[in-house]
Design a protein around this ligand. Structure first.
Ligand code: ATP
Length: 445
């Protein structure tokens, strides 16, 4: 007897019989192959996961795919794309659809335009990079729901690509306006969402538009993000270590609480660690602190203890006499930082202890840097943690790096290829780990 168990959503046993035949078409191809290789199967599965298709499950021949991508990329003063990672990431999805004989209507936001169109946020600045990476000319519609846009999308031939102007030039996008979403839906026959980074928002193009399509699916980025997040939250090999850093504890309370039910070790570094030391009665000088979170820090320490989670706080810091790249620095224990000084990185003892815990782990989730890694004098802690993650990964551990700044740190040290997965979706990933339903994902089910 074989049993497949997917631990997400509600769980209920279902016999492998008429039910399976009914849902077979909607099941992800890989899962389908796995299921059909078994005999006498009982499926213990929530239906939502089984029903999410990816681009692999659809033949796009002769179809126009309306695809939500994440082209929210940084631009320099001359409007050149300075980091093309997000565009690069979605290229395999786009190529799959074109190779099938489909055409593409790309839609995205860029930046935070306030009211209506603003030249600096035009998606036309991304055309050159997209053309270079995709190897296909890209047409452009200067108003995502204008007459010209609909003429262009209606006339698209197989293999052709159209990029729509910034969706956020209409405030209906962020409001999740139904009529706006319906207009957008007229551009395509099939809806694809490959923008995991915006999946936690119920915007018109990320969520609402999906209801106007019979055929919809996830792109490769979206599918990979969910697969990797699931590996960590549902199938973590032990010991499982979560590393939390960054500026503020308030941003990460929910995820820390959730993780306490899952992890064996919780490492806390970065600015948020000083709130814990102050809560324990330590002198932290001028280090970052959230006075209103002292009680919460104490509670988290207690919770970790009661759940048998080993909580590792950094015992020492690199301290500085100013928040400045050229500040004077010293090393100090964290419970006795000099009055006018501040901790801007974890110290040498903490680096050693953290590295040891990380190297002995089989699953690692890292969110947030250990210090002000943007300044060379305070990058050592983040680098040491990154190196330990790389060593653990080399020994077979699964490592997931999530969050804008930890991802930036891993890229800064050149370790992107040496960890298991670098997530593109900061906020979306955190919300997923907090146990929230991501509307952009739900809309595809
Ligand atoms: P994002 O929110 O973009 O996903 P993140 O979750 O990786 O990023 P944040 O919580 O935004 O991280 O915090 C990162 C910032 O925290 C960095 O800019 C870093 O310089 C700052 N930081 C880290 N340690 C300290 C410290 N000891 N004192 C002050 N700032 C710090």
């Amino acid at each position: 007897m074989s049993v497949i168990v997917f631990l997400c959503g509600s769980l209920r046993p279902l016999r492998f019989n008429a039910f399976y035949r009914k849902v077979r078409k909607g099941i992800h191809a890989e899962v389908r192959r796995e299921i059909e290789s078994k005999e006498n199967l009982i499926i213990l599965a929530p239906l939502n996961f089984l029903f999410m298709k990816t681009v692999n499950d659809i033949n796009f021949k002769g179809k126009r795919a309306l695809i939500r991508v994440d082209f929210n990329v940084p631009l320099d003063k001359s409007f050149n794309v300075t980091d093309d990672n997000r565009i690069r990431a979605t290229i395999p999805t786009l190529k799959k659809i074109l190779a099938d004989g489909g055409s593409l209507i790309l839609m995205s936001h860029l930046g935070r335009p306030k009211e209506g169109p603003e030249g600096k946020y035009s998606l036309k600045h991304t055309i050159k990079t997209t053309e270079q990476l995709l190897g296909v000319p890209v047409k452009f519609a200067s108003d995502c729901i204008g007459e010209e846009a609909f003429e262009l999308s209606a006339a698209l031939k197989p293999g052709e690509v159209l990029l729509l102007e910034n969706l956020r030039f209409y405030n209906q996008e962020e409001k999740g306006d139904l009529a706006f979403a319906e207009k957008l839906s007229k551009h395509g026959d099939i809806y694809v969402n490959d923008a995991f980074g915006t999946a936690h928002r119920a915007h018109a193009s990320t969520t609402i538009v999906a209801q106007f399509f019979k055929e919809k699916c996830a792109g490769y980025v979206m599918a990979a993000e969910l697969d990797n997040a699931k590996k960590v939250i549902e199938k973590a090999a032990k010991p499982f270590t979560a590393i939390m850093g960054g500026a503020k504890i308030s941003d990460k309370i929910l995820i820390i609480e959730k993780l306490l039910d899952k992890v064996d070790h919780l490492i806390i570094g970065g600015g948020m660690s000083y709130t814990f030391f102050k809560a324990l009665g330590g002198q932290i000088g001028k280090s970052l602190v959230e006075e209103d979170k002292l009680g919460l820090a104490k509670e988290l320490i207690q919770k970790a203890k009661s759940k048998g989670v080993e909580l590792h706080l950094p015992m020492d810091s690199i301290i500085a006499d100013a928040f400045d790249a050229n500040a004077n620095t010293d090393i100090s224990l964290n419970n006795g930082i000099k009055a006018d000084w501040m901790g801007l990185d974890i110290g040498p003892q903490a680096r050693e202890v953290f590295a040891k815990v990380i190297e002995d782990s089989k699953t690692i989730l890292w969110n947030g840097p250990m210090g002000v890694f943007e300044m060379e004098k305070f990058e050592k802690g983040t680098k040491a943690v990154a190196e330990a993650v790389v060593r653990a990964t080399g020994k077979g551990a699964f490592s997931l790096i999530g969050g804008g700044d930890s991802a930036a740190a891993v890229a800064k040290f050149g370790f992107e290829e040496k960890v298991s997965y670098v997530s593109t979706g900061g906020g979306a990933l955190l919300e997923y780990f907090e146990g929230k339903v991501l509307p952009g994902v739900k809309a595809l089910e």
